[in-house]
Write a protein that binds this ligand. Sequence first.
Ligand code: SIN
Length: 536
Amino acid sequence: MPEFRRYLVNIDSISTHQLFTDCLMVGAGIAGLRAAIEASKHRNVIIVCKDTLENSNTWKAQGGIASVLDKTDTFESHIADTINTGCGIGDESVVDFVVRQGPELIEQLFRWGAEFDQIDGRIATTLEGGHSHPRIAHAHGDETGRIIAEVLIRKVRQNPNIKIMENFYTVDLLTNDNNECVGIIGRDRRSPPGTDQIIWAANTILATGGAGQLYRETTNPEVATGDGVAMAYRAGAILQDLEFMQFHPTTLYVAGASRALITETLRGEGAVLLDNGGRRFMKDYHESAELAPRDIVSRAILAQMLKTISTHVYLDVRHFDKEHFAKRFPHIFELCESFDIDVSRNLIPVRPSAHYMIGGVRTDTSGKTSIESLYACGEIASTGLHGANRLGSNSLLEGLVFGKIAGQLVSQCKEAGIAHIKHPLIKYQIPHSDRTRLDAADVTNSLRALMWRNVGITRTVQPLSEAQEIIGFWQRYVMDKIFDGPAGWECQNMLTVSLLMTRAAEQRRESRGVHFRSDFPNTDDKRFKKHIEITR
Ligand code: SIN
């Protein structure tokens, strides 16, 4: 079976250029950056990322970071909201741990220079769906991710123990005969074929983010292609919860333009949803209306689009004071202006898009995966915090907490030094295939359309099994080839992750959280109050 190939490229470790480090960070969103800062206290660190440090989901995050920062809020309330939203499969001990770490780590970011918006000398908080208290901290209005990322990036760029390798595409995790992770193989994207590099590492932390690009419509940047999940799968790591892909209810819908996030905090501060007949419809679907959990709002929008035969619905913010809006939501204000949408007079066309991969590489409470010396944190990790549905703005929090924990563990781990790396001889040769070569870009585009149509917000058995058939067909012609650059490797990774997600979605014959099966609309605790685990 071509999908079971261990590595995507030929490897001869003796003749490949080699680097060595105590700790290798793959990815550079909030989790990777925070982990690097922590690990660098006692270890040398290399960060590799496939684009620049600035190109991440973290950078694009608008709404904010959830935490108990208001005197009238409580840990118990944040814990209860997170567990309720997780629909029965959230890990209560993880939720408790993460929620309680939040305030201290956010205060630390603030001290490091993250200019969170303030009110009366305290960090201001706002509301998002599913939260029973305003607890979303934000910075420069709707530029929270950029502000946090800039602070962390400044710290890593100034740190003499951290070497940064941008534009480096990680192809695969390397493992030895005991299935311990010993580093990676990859290549600088600007270098020609034949210039692969091996980075041997005592410990490797995967923080490669999500996989929104598996879908035609997504809020995610182009780099979010699920590479980390695919390479962890090839290395034999346990994955879980891949069927849970969260769709964000409101992304700007302008035909021909790429989708852009319109933060949920807008609804938290009074924006309402109207259908194309100008009718406010959310009350028909949930008593909390626009502030119902995300999965409910996304499905309600889809249902209303069908009912009114429309490609989108609208966000109405015309009642906001225009000057206040421009200050509070500067990014969205500018975005709308760029499409000639005057928010004080026009409605904002929106519809749901793929947003956040809830499942991923299974980790324990310290970020350890099932593979020795391999850690994961941030969106790629499945820690159990979110259960079957993620509460808005809990992801930056999760990345911050587990980034710190994983980095700390790696920096203190007795065998974390380069001297302990037992790098094996790796020789791997892929047989030549005569089968027809498909164009990777064509397959990628068709795959994204297929995932959107067949494995989207509402799922049912036939489209799910057809999707597996079609992906399997593409795999036969793509997974048997050796590509010499990122476009092909990304296509191979996307096919791998899409197939695993689709299989998991078919296997979960119930509806729970973000996973909605129209053929099994109820939750079935008897058979499915559990995680679906996947290994190679
Ligand atoms: C948003 O601002 O609506 C996105 C926040 C999140 O996904 O956590």
